[in-house]
Design a binder for this molecule. Structure first.
Ligand code: DX5
Ligand code: ZN
Length: 217
């Protein structure tokens, strides 16, 4: 069954605690938290003090997506604010193997994220070490963007690479996910769908999450 990781980026930040409690009540598997530095992407969002604060009220595991340069500098801070999965961008790591090992040494699951123009085949020599591959289906930096349809093909190729290498990595998709784009992603082999605007702009976010999960039943 498909898992959902609602992205808090689309929540009302003036009521962040309520958004976390909404996710607590839902059938989401994770909470997706987008950290941006204004350098790797042209936007700045939330950082470690905010993540630590919401950890105190959240019941779901944190899926932290770091859109920052050289994310290996922050492994211990990410761990200390209670992340279960630390996602780093392939494009942001010069020594990706070292970063993945330091994420594991800190006791977290390692995810590697690829931008829309980055081929998944570049992960061949690291994929057996990963718990997760996060495929961007928009250019990272903002919520509410249009889904890039080439992602479907990319997910199929990633599914083949995982089968071929015997990797246990889950496939997560991020950007423009809603009820119209999710079916093809599920069919192509996605395991986890990140959804921001679709969930938090819905009149009933808990129901919106259930409707995504229902697509895979
Ligand atoms: C974008 C972020 C996404 C974003 C997705 O850079 O990584 O997680 O919140 O938002 P939607 O679902 O609105 O495309
Ligand atoms: Zn994200």
């Amino acid at each position: 069954m498909i898992e959902v990781s609602p992205s808090l980026l689309a929540a009302d930040f003036a009521r962040l605690g309520e958004a976390v409690e909404t996710v607590n009540r839902s059938n989401a598997s994770y909470i997706h938290i987008d950290v941006m530095d204004g350098v790797f992407v042209p936007n700045i969002t939330i950082g470690f003090p905010v993540i630590s604060a919401i950890r105190k009220i959240a019941t779901k595991p944190f899926d932290v997506h770091l859109m920052i340069v050289d994310p290996g500098r922050y492994v211990s801070q990410v761990r200390d604010c209670g992340a279960e999965i630390m996602n780093v961008h392939w494009e942001a790591c010069t020594h990706l193997d070292r970063v993945v090992h330091s994420i594991h040494d800190a006791g977290m699951k390692a995810g590697v994220t690829v931008n829309p123009a980055t081929p998944v085949e570049l992960l061949r020599d690291i994929i057996s070490e990963l718990e997760l591959v996060l495929v961007m289906s928009v250019n990272p930096g903002f919520g509410g963007q249009k889904f890039i349809s080439n992602t479907i093909n990319k997910v199929r190729r990633l599914r083949s690479l995982i089968a071929e290498t015997g990797s246990k990595a889950k496939i997560e998709i991020d950007g423009g996910v809603d009820l119209t784009t999710a079916p093809a992603l599920i069919d192509a082999g996605a395991d986890i769908l990140v959804a921001g605007s679709y969930v938090f702009r819905a009149p009933d976010p808990v129901n919106a999450i259930d409707r995504l999960i229902d697509l895979s039943r």
